[in-house]
Design a protein around this ligand. Structure first.
Ligand code: IMP
Length: 432
């Protein structure tokens, strides 16, 4: 019996995970975020209304229990503003927060900016939400956790040391330390009071829920290629973004992860630095960006666009050993006569069919493409109707495109998304 499903981005995030999480969590009991923080931007569209989340699991709009587990870094100001937002939208969030998740403070955001400037060429183009600096404090064990926040005397005993090292760091980077530390401390004690009713030891909570037969969805944030270990370092994020991060980020054994579903996009997009071999710097790239509204949910930055890259997707498939794939945004490619799919890289005249991982090598690679005919563009309502009719109603060119990807990646594409709305999807195989 399938009790747990993980939804994992295969590339650089923004693959459309929110929509599949929403669909899968309809028949689940609990949805869990296990890494990252409010650098994420998950969008779900219901009846043409767009809901955006950065920190809360998107399953909140399915009225499921939502868990922010230990692997996540929490900006309490963002957490409370998202709770407020979702309540004003008429939902009643059933939130549980891990006692061991780490806390983002305002100076983390500032340090994020300073570090980005300092790195120059090697800047990742972060979201400047303080994610990396907070994880740095976690690793150096200066970090403050949710448990500390709800016990002001413990928080107090750790606070001065954290402030001291971060102040010195800011000054050493030529920054200005203009933080009212007393006021921040007081404000976070208040946040602690507000957080307390939600706090649990989530490793116990989640394992007990599984013992009782509950179904859990793990909601990945960012994408596999942004992973701190297996992504394109240093142009990624600071957490373990592929399925390998679930156990560390929740306290659930890898043996309890039943199914892993990878989300791929019909093309490539990314924000931030680093080489992108299939990147388009032409009208087609602009067209995809506009048709796909490819602007960051968190920062509003225009996303870099490229053709689908089967070389790096194959790498993501190897890492995650997906049971199934979901492909999104196929409708966005409508109207492009000839589509290109990168099937190999070429470096110094040699063909590579494995992703070189190192950014310095990827920088030297050019894509080798196969070409396929595209499909017509259709109005949104027309795509919705097509989705209701099922897979065989899709244009033949689109089915060929899907099946070519499927054959190359050797993973079944079980979910197909051809529009932003909840119902604009085709399910080819049952999920649970
Ligand atoms: P950070 O996670 O803010 O530290 O940013 C590190 C890198 O990950 C940058 O290239 C960001 O643009 C990228 N990134 C972080 N979160 C997301 C996301 O949710 N979608 C896409 N890219 C992201």
């Amino acid at each position: 019996m399938t009790q747990t499903i993980a939804i994992i981005g295969s590339s650089w995030g923004d693959e459309g995970k929110g929509k599949l999480v929403d669909f899968v969590s309809k028949t689940a009991d609990i949805a869990v975020r296990f890494q990252g923080g409010n650098n994420a931007g998950h969008t779900v569209v219901v009846n043409n209304k767009r809901y955006k989340f950065h920190l809360l699991p998107s399953a909140v709009i399915q009225n499921k229990i939502i868990v922010i587990a230990n692997g996540v870094v929490i900006d309490p100001a963002v957490l409370f503003s998202e709770l407020e937002y979702i309540r004003t939208e008429g939902f009643n969030p059933k939130l549980i927060v891990s006692s061991t998740a780490h806390i983002i403070f305002p100076f983390h955001n500032y340090i994020d900016e300073l570090e980005e400037e300092h790195k120059e060429l090697h800047a990742a183009g972060t979201t400047k939400r303080g994610i990396g600096p907070c994880y740095s404090d976690k690793a150096s064990r200066y970090g403050i956790r949710v448990f500390d926040l709800i016990h002001p005397e413990i928080f107090r005993s750790k606070w001065d040391k954290l402030v001291e090292v971060r102040k010195r760091f800011v000054e050493s980077m030529g920054g200005e330390w203009n933080f009212d530390i007393k006021a921040i401390f007081q404000q976070y004690v208040e946040y602690g009071k507000r957080l307390e009713p939600f706090v649990r030891d989530t490793a116990y909570y989640l394992n007990e829920a599984l013992d009782q037969g509950k179904r859990i969805v793990f909601e990945g944030a960012q994408g596999s290629l942004l992973c701190i270990d297996h992504g394109m370092y240093p142009y990624g994020t600071s957490s373990t973004t592929w399925a390998g991060g679930i156990s560390a980020g929740t306290g659930i054994s890898p043996k309890r992860i039943d199914k892993i579903v990878g989300i791929i996009k019909a093309y490539t997009s990314r924000v931030g630095g680093g080489p992108l071999p299939t990147e388009l710097h032409d009208e087609t790239g602009n067209l995809i960006r506009e048709q796909g509204n490819e602007y960051g949910t968190t920062t509003g930055r225009p996303r870099r666009i490229g053709w689908i890259d089967l070389v790096n997707l194959k790498y993501a498939c190897m890492l995650n050993r997906y049971d199934a794939l979901s492909i999104s945004l196929l409708d966005v490619l409508g109207g492009i006569k000839k589509l290109k799919l990168c099937v190999k890289y070429i470096r110094n005249g040699e063909e590579l069919d494995t992703w070189p991982i190192q950014s310095e090598i990827i920088q030297e690679c050019n894509p080798k493409y196969i070409e396929m005919p595209g499909w017509k563009t259709l109005p949104e309502e027309q795509w919705s109707k097509t989705a209701q009719q099922g897979y065989h109603a899709l244009p033949k060119e689109m089915r060929d495109y899907i099946e070519t990807i499927e054959t190359y990646l050797k993973v079944p594409i079980s979910f197909i998304s051809i529009g932003p709305n909840r119902n604009d999807s085709i399910v080819r195989n049952p999920i649970w």
